[in-house]
Design a protein around this ligand. Structure first.
Ligand code: ATP
Ligand code: MG
Length: 233
């Protein structure tokens, strides 16, 4: 069953535990408007990744529900929902293949749509990277992308999600200290996404990343500690 996402995502009184003895999320409620940027912060172990896994439909809440435009996520519409989402984790997997193949991940070379590829790269702020590669998008990235910086890898991850039509993008910002250039590259990509009808959730570790967020949700031991804006931090 197809699920549409045209207005908002509602997390309603969601609690969750991986195993019955220890609760990981406790009565979490908030709303995400389409085309907004939401920052998710909180200490290690506070439940950020768990919450994202529920939002992506990898786990179901133990109680409460997640609704997309007021339709509860359930088994019958979860496949449709997953197709609309992109999850860019800290360590983006890079194939020993060309940049184009890495972005169109899983699509045979001859079937890669050039327009779709160009759009994905431009929204992910990859254009400058491409211009510096000897064979542009046809440059082989080499063994596991060892030539790429962390920020470039993450932007390839963003472009990959966009190529595959993601409308909700979840970005897990790297915890390790990123250099200022990398940080700026990712920030630039994120604000470009928000200007182009994308809904973004960022698990953020640095204050600078949060500057672009419309709202910031802070978790503490599986509970919402506060929902605020950048100016309130
Ligand atoms: P970090 O900032 O370190 O990534 P986080 O906020 O993402 O932390 P979670 O990974 O959501 O935190 O973990 C929340 C709690 O759930 C922790 O106590 C963790 O040990 C536990 N947990 C996470 N994943 C699992 C799992 N697959 N099975 C059992 N417990 C888990
Ligand atoms: Mg995590």
């Amino acid at each position: 069953v197809d699920i549409s996402f045209s207005s908002h995502i509602k997390i309603k009184n969601v609690s969750f535990s991986y195993n019955s003895d220890k609760g990981v999320l406790d009565d979490v409620s908030f709303k995400i408007k389409k085309n907004s940027i939401t920052g998710l912060i909180g200490r290690s172990g506070s439940g950020k990744s768990t919450l994202v896994n529920l939002l992506l439909g990898f786990y179901a809440p133990t109680s409460g529900e997640i609704c997309i435009d007021d339709v509860p996520l359930e088994v019958k519409n979860i496949t449709s929902w997953r197709r609309k989402n992109g999850y860019v984790q800290q360590d983006v997997y890079i194939l020993d293949a060309t940049l184009a193949e890495n972005i169109a991940f899983g699509v045979p070379k001859e079937k890669i749509d050039a327009d779709q590829l160009a759009r994905a790269m431009s929204l992910a702020s990859l254009s400058d990277v491409v211009n510096h590669l000897p064979d542009g998008v046809n440059t082989n990235l080499g063994d596991r992308g060892s030539l790429l910086s962390g920020g470039q890898r993450q932007r390839i991850g963003i472009a990959r999600a966009l190529y595959h039509g993601a409308t909700l993008l979840i970005l897990d910002e790297a915890t390790s200290a990123l250099d200022a250039t990398t940080e700026n590259e990712i920030n630039e990509a994120v604000s470009r996404l928000a200007d182009n009808n994308m809904t973004v959730i960022i698990i953020a570790h640095r204050l600078t990343t949060l500057r672009r967020c419309d709202s910031i949700i802070e978790l503490e031991s599986g509970k919402i500690k506060r929902i605020c804006s950048y100016g309130d931090l």
